[in-house]
Ligand binder design. Structure first.
Ligand SMILES: [Zn+2]
Length: 322
């Protein structure tokens, strides 16, 4: 069993995570460079120690993607029109697929592998943070809401395939992105060893009723929810969720910062201090319960998103990494 004293947080990051090409990063509210920006803030603050605790992934292979996604779906991703639709960027229709693949899908395949590596690592070190990923709307045969590959589902499949997890080992997904993680809920619709807690704004995308029925601990919020109510709910329900299920061998934490008050898509009203308090509570709860945790970034659509992430990750480093 992992001892809290042995926690050695690791980061997973590649400069290739950033999506920047001909101003594509300006077309979507997503800051395509938030990954690199977060990394730079952390590196400036922690220097060599952080660098030596960081793992650089290679891109996920087709074989790995096929542990979750259908061949037909992966074939569809060679069609620019389809990819543009998934990315919600119809203006990319005209772009040759090879270019989209290199500049948009390749960073996502790197990030997907990043989540796989973070999951393998967390089992040994207690905490691993992938500075990207969290594509929780992607399904086996459908991309949506800027999510192409289901990195968390692929990581789970990979751990099972390698024998690091058995098919019956309990797994937790704690999804605190502002949007409901409907892709994951659907992928694991019939897999009850995966336990899902999802707290999200029910007034925004995706409002997927079938997915909502699958969530083990469903915590819908309304637009405009503020810190006190948000943190109360989290503090009340996360511990009871964890004690209501078989002790998870690993927890995936989808730490979307689109709950932030200025976020144009999330529409919640959580302050920067609130975001930090949320992340602190999740890490402290999981570490106290000796559950290895993998954090992924998921949504966050303001120019300050990277600062929020860097603050939370920085605190993890100060608490357990130094
Ligand atoms: Zn989101």
């Amino acid at each position: 069993m992992m001892e809290p004293t042995k926690i050695r947080p690791k980061l997973v990051y590649s400069p290739g995570y950033d999506i920047r090409w001909l101003g594509i990063e300006k077309l979507h509210p997503l800051d395509g460079c938030k990954y690199g920006r977060t990394w730079k803030v952390l590196l400036d603050r922690f220097g060599d120690k952080l660098q030596s605790a960081t793992i650089t992934p290679t891109a996920a292979t087709v074989e790995l993607l096929q542990t979750i996604h259908t061949p037909e779906y992966l074939q569809q991703l060679t069609n620019s029109h389809y990819v543009a639709q998934v990315l919600e960027l119809s203006s990319l229709d005209w772009v040759p697929n090879g270019i989209l693949d290199r500049h948009v899908l390749q960073p996502m395949r790197l990030a997907t592998m990043g989540t796989v590596i973070a999951a393998e690592t967390a089992l040994e070190t207690g905490i691993a943070i992938n500075l990207s990923g969290g594509y929780h709307h992607a399904r086996r045969d459908l991309g949506a809401g800027f999510c192409v590959y289901s990195d968390i589902a692929i990581a789970i499949a990979s751990l099972r395939q390698s024998g690091q997890l058995t098919a019956t080992d309990s797994i937790a997904i704690i999804d605190l992105d502002a949007h409901q993680g409907n892709g994951l809920a659907r992928i694991f619709e019939c897999d009850r060893t995966v336990h899902i807690l999802d707290m999200y704004n029910q007034n925004i995308y995706p409002q997927d009723r079938r997915a909502i029925e699958r969530i083990d601990r469903n915590l819908p919020l309304t637009s405009g929810t503020r810190d006190a109510e948000y943190l109360d709910k989290l503090q009340q329900y996360l511990p009871s969720f964890l004690s209501s299920i078989e002790r998870p061998k690993i927890a995936f934490y989808n730490a979307g910062t689109d709950i932030y008050e200025d976020d144009p898509l999330g529409r919640l009203k959580i302050s920067a201090e609130g975001v930090l308090a949320r992340d602190r509570f999740v890490f402290q709860t999981l570490v106290a319960a000796r559950i290895p945790v993998v954090m992924v970034l998921s949504g966050g659509y303001t120019s300050e998103s990277y600062q929020l992430v860097a603050k939370s990750v920085g605190e993890v480093w100060e608490t357990w990494g130094l």
